[in-house]
Design a protein around this ligand. Sequence first.
Ligand code: 5GP
Ligand code: ZN
Length: 129
Amino acid sequence: MEDDCIFCKIIKGEIPAEKVYEDDNFIGILDINPESEGHTLIFPKKHFESFLDMPSSLGSEFVDAIKKVSLGLVREGKAKGFNIVFNVYKVAGQEVPHVHAHIIPRKSDDGCKLKLVGGLRDKKMRSLK
Ligand code: 5GP
Ligand code: ZN
């Protein structure tokens, strides 16, 4: 746990979040600023700064959690496909330094124009102003 980490605070219940998934080592919450309806963030309960800092031994459990949430969204008719994204380090757009996967549900003609890949969020938002 890192004292000043938003996601550690969510895990501890110090910051509210809409939890959509939980198992022994991972949690899934809805993104506060979604790219599409159902945009979910999956992250380990233990703090690791990024995908590269997380032990590979957690990898298959991480994949399982991502698959369970994604398949649930398909079953509920909320997605026909996904963009599954890891931003790794600040230069690539990682704003929260606690490893997380973005699950972004997609449907045909959903009008979703991803802004988070490659750290372009701020730049794109600025260019839209
Ligand atoms: P990153 O840029 O680190 O890959 O993505 C971090 C994501 O966390 C962003 O999409 C952002 O909207 C989301 N986020 C940041 N703070 C909070 C929060 O307090 N609650 C929730 N639910 N999502 C957050
Ligand atoms: Zn953390």
